[in-house]
Design a protein. Structure first.
Ligand SMILES: [Cu+2]
Length: 163
């Protein structure tokens, strides 16, 4: 039982330490009055993190190509959402582009480009701070790289014990 408890603890603690949920526009949400190029500044978006778009029924969220983002071109969305609380998982490294496809909204600022970095630790925007930290970044990287496989294994073991 102690083993199961320890595994459960690991399962609960580990994802919280690495996956970050980014509330797009913070308290303003997904709207025409936020400068999203300003909002992304200084933030690090890592594979596995999520974007949360909160918006009213007058808006939508389309994931688009770079070209459609640049030109505010609608109609070719890679993915489209209109539920008002859209959660997008950043599944791979690279830039992801989002616009609101409602007429005029993209051109008035409802456009978001997010640079997603891999979890390898080679990112130029390494998450900051303390040099004498109790969690050396090397160790963090190792855990992080194996995290998905690790969680699957842990989940499997926990389920096996509990069943
Ligand atoms: Cu809109």
């Amino acid at each position: 039982m102690a083993v199961a408890a320890a595994l459960l603890l690991l399962l609960l603690v580990a994802p919280a330490a690495y996956a970050v949920q980014h509330i797009v526009g913070d308290r303003s949400g997904w709207t025409e009055t936020v400068d999203y190029s300003d909002w992304v500044r200084g933030k690090t978006f890592t594979v596995g993190d999520t974007l949360v778009f909160n918006y009213g029924s007058s808006h939508r969220v389309d994931e688009v190509t770079r070209s459609d983002y640049t030109n505010c071109e609608t109609g070719n969305a890679i993915d489209s959402h209109s539920d008002g609380n859209t959660i997008v998982t950043l599944s791979k490294a690279g830039t992801m582009y989002f616009i609101c496809p409602v007429l005029g909204h993209c051109s008035s600022g409802m456009k978001l480009a997010v640079d997603v970095v891999a979890t390898s630790g080679t990112s130029p925007a390494t998450p900051s701070t303390r040099s004498g930290s109790s969690t050396p970044s090397g160790a963090t990287t190792v855990v992080n790289n194996g995290s998905i496989l690790g969680f699957s294994l842990v989940l499997g073991v926990v389920l096996a014990i509990m069943s």
